[in-house]
Design a protein around this ligand. Structure first.
Ligand SMILES: *Cc1c(COP(=O)(O)O)cnc(C)c1O
Length: 373
């Protein structure tokens, strides 16, 4: 069986270093907000090209706490509107609801599956305060266009970079475009911890300071609480794991790009739509994509998935149910988002990751090409 993503094999590549790093933490006697977190925060900020990184417990908290920090700083208030893509993992929207703000869903561009700037502009109302673009599947949203709109209407921009560590456009990495950016280090993400972890990147000193308090009960100083904060800290042991894996991130991204490039070159079946409208191998834009998942589209998705399973290939669907059709968002169930619904009905993600071999890629290509014969 070719697995969709082989986490065990990924972490096995760094086993010795991971064991050494965990031993260092075990022996240190200090397990929360210590040297490992501080060092990781500096290293990740340097990687993204931002002034600050604030480690938190997970990616959902990274987004939620940033919105809450803006409320504490008087930049947002209850009920303000946040523009977010219809086509995303539901966590992007949960963060908005959790902060008592109103999500305004905007359709993606079918060519790249990311939020469509033209539609963002149309969705702006007097209550709009934030745009929350998601760099879905590892490809940066159209950040130059989004920043232009944000400047024109004086809106905050919060990037959801959970799927896009290292993705960049014009040399500028995901995490460094918005006023702030939320990252997840869930084990299956391109930079994954060995448990839950997340972070916010920003250049804004006052936001960074507020977030450092919010993640720690609203406190900078023990027993003095400025805000009604939460407990959302990135453990020392996970920070130590992430420091090891961050060193190899760019190498892993190159491996993913090589596999993606082989898929684009090799898959040649008119029933399968590749994620490459205006995205050809060796093009600059191709290299800027970090291929968190390699998602194809197919009108007969169920048969394609069955065919691939029969050929020993594991695939996943990102995502089977759009957020506006989730029971959690019942008030949105009658909304009509045809682009997003089409994507959810047709997408299928092929195996890709830092340990996939060229033989495995070849088998996936052959199986895709024999579909429907
Ligand atoms: C994974 C993910 C999140 C949530 O991250 P967690 O660490 O699992 O909380 C948010 N947004 C997107 C787009 C994601 O893929």
């Amino acid at each position: 069986m070719i697995p969709f993503l082989d986490l065990k094999a990924i972490n096995a590549m760094y086993r010795d270093e991971l064991v050494e790093a965990s031993t260092r933490v075990i022996d240190s006697g200090w397990y929360i907000t210590g040297n490992e977190l501080e060092a990781f925060e500096q290293e990740f900020a340097a990687y993204c090209g931002t002034k600050h990184t604030i480690g938190v417990a997970n990616g959902l908290d990274a987004l939620t706490l940033t919105l809450q920090a803006w409320k504490e700083l008087g930049r947002l208030k209850d009920g303000d509107e946040v523009i977010v893509p219809t086509n995303t993992y539901v966590a992007s929207i949960l963060a908005i609801s959790a902060a008592n703000l109103t999500p305004i869903l905007v359709e993606p561009d079918i060519k790249n599956y990311n939020i469509c700037p033209v539609r963002v502009r149309q969705a702006i109302s007097p209550k709009t305060r934030v745009i929350l673009p998601v760099h879905l599947y590892g490809r940066l949203a159209d950040m130059p266009a989004i920043l232009e709109i944000a400047n024109e209407y004086d809106l905050l921009v919060l990037e959801d970079s959970a799927q896009a560590h290292g993705a960049c456009v014009d040399g500028r990495k995901s995490g460094s475009w918005g006023d702030a950016s939320g990252f997840s280090f869930y084990p299956g993400k391109n930079l994954g911890a060995l448990g839950d972890a997340g972070a916010i990147t920003t250049n804004d000193d006052s936001l960074a300071e507020t977030l450092r308090a919010l993640r720690n009960y609203g406190s900078h100083e023990k027993y003095k609480n400025l805000f009604r904060g939460v407990n959302s800290r990135l453990d020392e042991i996970q920070a130590a794991m992430l420091r090891v894996k961050l060193k190899y991130l760019d190498k892993e991204l190159q491996h993913r790009r090589k596999a993606a490039s082989a898929y684009v070159d090799g898959i040649n079946n008119n029933k399968i739509i590749l994620p490459v409208n205006n995205l050809t191998p060796n093009s600059v834009e191709f290299d800027q994509n970090v291929w968190h998942v390699f998602t194809v589209r197919c009108e007969q998705r169920a048969s394609l998935q069955k065919h691939l399973t029969e050929h020993g290939i594991q695939t996943l669907i990102h995502y089977p149910i759009p957020p506006h059709k989730q029971q959690a968002y019942e008030e949105m169930k009658d909304k009509n988002y045809p682009v997003s619904e089409l994507i959810h009905e047709q997408v299928l993600s092929l195996p890709i990751g830092p340990t996939i071999t060229s033989e495995e890629v070849r088998s996936v290509i052959n199986a895709c090409n024999s579909f429907g014969d």
